[in-house]
Design a protein around this ligand. Structure first.
Ligand SMILES: *Cc1c(COP(=O)(O)O)cnc(C)c1O
Length: 366
């Protein structure tokens, strides 16, 4: 059987290595995963209670429209409920946007390297993807991205903070970009790590929606909220745009469990605050050590840091793996000597730094 021509070249997504697999393969009893930007502190206890309280509802279909959660999140963000759409992770919102808006006649612009799902889903729809390299500091080159906009351009994807580089575009940079981009071009601001930001300069993107009908903001419960396994995220935009995305949504795309857990989590501000603070401390600790070791790194505004280990990143990844620490190194990023490490708990960070120092002494500088 013949699949669609535009998907035959697509790679199958390679996730960070699962902990159990690493334990088995290397005969280790303790393994720390700092590879997928998960929350080292788990999730709000209120979210766990919410899930436990509804175990007898397994046989009942969820509320496809996620009404209760939509109202809660809308209230929290100060937008109307018809401006929000939930997905099976924000991954699915990306998929739905591509499905609703992109055709083989369209072009779409992303940074490089960035979160792979924009390109992936655009290519499934047969759209042409223009990738614009990030600058020397790992930041989106908004000027160059703007320069690629033409009459075929349908969507520009901005990952802020950018995964994998971790860098942030501030309010002034985002605003200037939105002022310059044609109004018929959708700008997707993927803010999966928004809640981690402590810079004081992060854009208030939901507020920018008031002035810019062409903006869609993506958020997720997978990162600081610690609900990655439940798969729930959302998009916020103009009601007309959200309606179009809703038209391609599967009827029951998010589960009751995810909805209830997210509802409990979104109201637990204390948990989020403590995670944000611990993460900021972790970044200070890790970067101080990187400075001491003479390792350059990109400015980190999420819960992960991209650091230049000045040696083959694949070899350092393997060395850390043998010591039971899973980080991320992806040759397709175009940074052969960099690894991406998720900020862990204090104990995990210390173990990572100890292991890193050992591995650096074992692997030759390149
Ligand atoms: C993790 C991540 C997402 C998607 O997370 P979901 O689990 O699908 O909600 C989206 N964008 C970026 C940049 C991410 O890092």
């Amino acid at each position: 059987m013949q699949p669609k021509q535009n998907i035959v070249h697509l790679p199958v997504y390679q996730p960070g290595k699962p902990i159990d697999e690493v334990k088995r393969e290397l005969g280790l009893t303790e393994v720390i995963k700092l590879a997928s930007n998960e929350n080292p502190f788990g999730c709000s206890p209120k979210a766990k209670e919410a899930i436990a309280a509804m175990l007898d509802q397994v046989s009942i279909y969820p509320d496809g429209g996620a009404v209760e959660l939509t109202n809660a999140v809308a209230g929290k963000l100060g937008v109307q409920p018809n401006q929000i759409i939930f997905g099976l992770g924000s991954d699915e919102v990306i998929l739905m946007i591509a499905r609703a808006f992109l055709t083989p006649e369209d072009e779409t612009i992303t940074a490089y390297p960035t979160f792979p799902q924009y390109k992936h889903n655009a290519e499934v729809e047969g759209a042409k993807v223009i990738e614009v390299p990030v600058d020397a500091n790992g930041k989106h080159d908004l000027q160059a991205m703007l320069g690629k906009v033409n009459s075929r351009t349908k969507i520009v994807w901005i990952c802020n903070p950018n995964n994998p580089t971790g860098t942030m575009l501030n309010e002034a940079e985002i605003t200037a970009f939105l002022e310059a981009v044609p109004k018929n071009v959708m700008v997707v601001l993927d803010e999966a790590y928004a809640e981690y930001n402590v810079s004081g300069q992060y854009p208030d993107s939901v507020k920018l929606l008031e002035k810019h009908n062409n903006v869609v903001v993506l958020r997720t419960f997978s990162k600081i909220y610690g609900l990655a396994s439940l798969r729930i995220g959302y998009g916020v935009g103009h009601p007309d745009v959200v309606r179009s995305i809703n038209q391609v949504r599967e009827p029951f795309n998010t589960t009751s469990f995810a909805q209830k857990a997210a509802l409990a989590a979104v109201n637990d501000d204390a948990f989020i605050e403590s995670c944000r603070e611990a993460n900021a401390q972790g970044i200070r600790k890790l970067t101080a050590k990187f400075v001491e070791l003479g390792l350059p790194y990109f400015d980190a505004h999420g819960n992960f840091i991209m650091v230049d280990v000045k040696r083959d990143g694949g070899a350092v990844f393997q060395g850390l793996l043998r010591k039971g620490i899973i980080v991320r190194h992806d040759p397709s990023w175009g940074y052969p000597t960099m690894i991406r490490v998720t900020v862990g708990s204090e104990e995990q960070n210390n173990k990572f730094l100890g292991a890193l120092e050992q591995v650096l002494s074992e692997v030759a500088v390149s």
